[in-house]
Design a binder for this molecule. Structure first.
Ligand code: KIV
Length: 262
């Protein structure tokens, strides 16, 4: 089966919801690839893989290394790589050069960047140059310092209007889909109804055209995951149990056994 394409995802509006998960490593890509429509190499890897305080220290090289691993280990899902903080905000030219580097070095099919109206011309420039762009509005982790924390959006009518104009601006600029993160349900629903391109919700609305979660959160690997995360697994407990039995087996000389030796 050939890999999913951007036009196929874009045509996914009002159809079966799109299943999207973040993915940062080759072994994880091999497991997830068959089961999801999009593998998102999100800059959340700064926090869930590298233990950083925020996504801000994530570099282009880090994103490229992980993006390349995920593309190489997958063949079904569309792979989208996040543009890290500082790699696209200063000018359209810089954004294009960095997005092109990500595409060429990883083989991914699209990039994602955070921002609404203020990113309209950047998105237009990238799309015109052949780089498919997924937008990201609502809670934007790269804006943690300007907003003063990881706060949900769409509390007031003014905020909801702003979110809608951000989404429409991205659609007009040529984005093929938009992640809506931690937004009041009514706002996410209205935006989904107003757009022709698919919305991918995370803590947004069941009416979005798709859903995304950070894979480490949904597997139960991250301590203190946000309210919108549903744990579909309890891997932290499983790993700890395995580590305890391994250490016991080593210390009691039950491991290695005959079968584990040459
Ligand atoms: O970086 C990331 O993992 C993301 C998702 C939360 C959508 O942007």
């Amino acid at each position: 089966m050939p890999r999913k394409t951007v036009p196929e995802i874009k045509a996914g509006k009002n159809k079966e919801p799109l299943a999207v998960l973040t993915c940062h490593t080759a072994p994880m890509a091999k497991i997830l690839d068959k089961h999801v429509d999009i593998l998102l190499v999100g800059d959340s890897l700064g926090m869930v893989v590298y233990g950083m305080e925020s996504t801000l220290p994530v570099t282009l090289d880090i994103m490229i290394n992980h993006g390349r691993a995920v593309v190489k280990a997958s063949s079904n899902a569309l792979v989208v790589v996040d543009m890290p903080f500082g790699s696209y905000q200063s000018s359209r030219k810089t954004a294009f050069e960095n997005a092109a580097r990500i595409m060429a070095a990883t083989g991914c099919q699209a990039v994602k960047l955070e921002g609404g109206l203020e990113m309209r011309e950047t998105v237009r420039h990238l799309v015109k140059g052949g780089i498919p762009v997924m937008g990201h509005i609502g809670l934007m982790p790269q804006h943690v310092n300007t907003v003063g924390g990881y706060k949900f959006r769409g509390r007031t009518a003014e905020e909801r209007e702003k979110l809608k104009s951000d989404a429409l601006a991205l659609e007009q600029a040529g984005a093929f889909s938009i992640v809506i993160e931690a937004v009041a349900e009514t706002a996410a629903r209205e935006i989904t109804e107003a757009l022709k391109i698919p919305t991918i919700g995370i803590g947004a609305s069941a009416k979005c055209d798709g859903q995304v979660l950070v894979v480490d959160d949904m597997l139960g690997l991250s301590p203190g995951a946000p309210k919108f995360v549903k744990k579909f697994g309890r891997l932290a407990e499983e790993i700890e149990k395995a580590a305890v039995s391994y250490a016991r087996a080593v210390k009691s000389r039950q491991f290695p056994g005959k079968d584990n030796l040459y």
